[in-house]
Design a protein around this ligand. Structure first.
Ligand code: CA
Length: 163
């Protein structure tokens, strides 16, 4: 597990994350306190009130939940990936692994695919002319970007375009 978050009462969340840690499981702060190598505490407060959210029948009142990730027994100074192209399946799981009759199941609540490339670090003393995406080389990606904006004109006033 690389990171964790708490959604709002509508199941929405938006956050940026960096793959710089690896966690074994999540704990609620009401269950135990984080250790020195554990991840940061993430806290969220909400109010499950049927007057505010008609999808609920019971008014549980405001509540705050804090969670943190228990450090996985890997390096604590980052989780690195070598340069290359990666295609990953991201799985949001509900762990019942440590339960009783449901041991061994990791039900997936959500699944998504991510594709990304990690470039080997390089220096670029000067961007070549035509290097639209500023990756220090001119290739089909730059041509595709040029094609996407081909014949666009943002001149003001617009009648000055294509004179
Ligand atoms: Ca380029």
């Amino acid at each position: 597990m690389f990171d964790y978050f708490i959604t709002d009462e509508n199941g929405n969340a938006s956050f940026d994350f960096v793959v710089d840690a690896c966690y074994h499981v999540l704990w609620k702060t009401s269950q135990r306190s984080p250790g020195a190598l554990d991840g940061p505490e993430v806290e969220h407060t909400w109010n499950i009130d049927p007057d505010l959210h008609p999808q609920y029948d019971t008014d549980y009142g405001p509540a705050t939940v804090g969670i943190f990730g228990e450090w996985e027994r890997l390096g604590d100074d980052g989780v690195g990936l070598l340069p290359g192209h990666y295609r990953c399946d991201l799985l949001l799981t509900e762990e019942s692994f440590h339960g009783s009759d449901l041991q061994g199941w990791w039900a997936h609540a959500m699944v998504g695919t991510a594709e990304f490339t990690i470039l080997e670090p390089f220096e670029c003393p000067e961007y070549p002319a035509g290097d639209i995406n500023q990756d220090c080389q001119v290739d089909l990606e730059d041509l595709a970007l040029l094609a996407l904006s081909w014949m666009e004109c943002n001149r003001q006033p617009s009648h000055t375009c294509w004179q």
